[in-house]
Design a protein around this ligand. Sequence first.
Ligand SMILES: [Zn+2]
Ligand SMILES: [Zn+2]
Length: 329
Amino acid sequence: MPRPMITAMLLASTATMAAAHSESPIDQLSHFFESANVISGPEIVDCTLSEGAQTTCFSITVSTTVAPKNSTPGPWRPTNISDGPEAGGIWLQDGEVYDVDGAFISKLAEFYGDAEWQLFDPETGEIQYTGTLEACEAAARPDVDPAYQNHCVQCQIAYVADGSAITYVIPLDPVASERPTQTNQTGSGVAFNGVRLDGPAPVNAILGAYTIAPFDDCGGHVNTHVGYHYHAVTDCLDGAADADSGDGHGGQIGIAMDGYPILPHTDASGAAFTDLDSCNGHKDETGAYHYHAGAAGSNQILGCLSAQAGCVLEGHGNTCDASARPPRP
Ligand SMILES: [Zn+2]
Ligand SMILES: [Zn+2]
């Protein structure tokens, strides 16, 4: 299906943008999320942001039981250590992107300097993985079931309960915050295809249990709470966003939880921006603030949010009081 037209218009926050164009903010957002699996919305709702600001948000509810329309999730892990890179996805370590191919799995003990790593059967080369809903949940929880040590953690979209959904409640106009908000509590935002742009994956906890939870080549994997979600922005999103914003910036790939636009990591010539603040943001020539997604290997789509965050809700409700939310463990 054709990509949604996403242009530099959305560089302005949604409300400012609507004032300058004939489309309402809701029309603009509907357009932006054209390729998302939308269940309801976008609609305008009242909301309370992370530092208590009461303002106007948009709310959109997206199904987590189906694949995104613009890509097919997976594969995540190879079946055998003899498999090539097409059989698996990627892993992120120290800023680098590694292909999760058979050779990568077979050399984990060397890679991490720890002989406990043994994800495959030394006789057959078969790679151990979580092949059921029960195994996926037992291995994906923070205190990994010891039975799943030395497994590839791989959950399928089919494991997500029927009818599951996720609702994003995001300010139409960003509201200043006293200090940056860490995205491991809020998530980074939502991509134009409705998929969650998550905060950093808890890599240390994953590795501590001698597990690897690979991302597919699009930087995504599945958990049963939020479904398929991204921990890295790769060319699946970069390449799908409208590249012709007219100012060398590339098209908008998502909206951050504070309402600011998220653009690709690099400019149209492939160069990274050098004037970004600690949250990967800066202003364009017109003074409009926006973010650039972190490099794919960084495990930080956004490390922090510059303004107050809205809510990500598991399910269909759209009541957002982000100031009341307990910090995510
Ligand atoms: Zn994840
Ligand atoms: Zn920029």
